[in-house]
Design a protein around this ligand. Structure first.
Ligand code: SF4
Length: 122
């Protein structure tokens, strides 16, 4: 697939116990350094499922871009990010969205998940 890609992180306020082993700053920088040429942009919001997060999603989601969303568990994202996708008028299907669960993961394991998607989708 040669679609444009973006990575939209949700850090769950930065205080979620299940993400305690993730260093968001080093993770985002590593993705930027290693895959900056493969992604349109990287963004990080602390609460995508709140109203201000949905406003951001409305602004930046785009049907021409495949969004990879490292955040809570995939099933939770399916429910919690639904309104943001709807407001942006972008379908939550595999052509537009790939969720990545960061629940109970660490910096390295999340990096490897994102890397695998970016390499596979290239
Ligand atoms: S979308 Fe998931 S990771 Fe983000 S704030 Fe909501 S519950 Fe937390």
């Amino acid at each position: 697939m040669n679609k444009k890609k973006a990575v939209l992180f949700c850090s769950c306020s930065g205080a979620c116990p299940s993400m305690a082993n993730i260093d968001f700053w080093s993770l985002v920088e590593r993705i930027r350094l290693d895959f900056g040429d493969k992604v349109e942009f990287l963004a990080l919001h602390p609460r995508l499922c709140e109203e201000d997060g949905e406003r951001l999603m409305k602004q930046i989601l785009n049907p021409a871009i495949l969004f990879i969303t490292p955040a809570c568990a995939e099933k939770r994202q399916e429910k919690l990010l639904k309104d943001g996708f709807e407001k942006a008028n972008v379908p939550m299907d595999p052509e537009h969205w790939i969720p990545v669960s960061m629940a109970s993961e660490n910096t390295e394991s999340v990096y490897q998940k994102i890397k695998a998607i970016l390499e596979k989708e290239d």
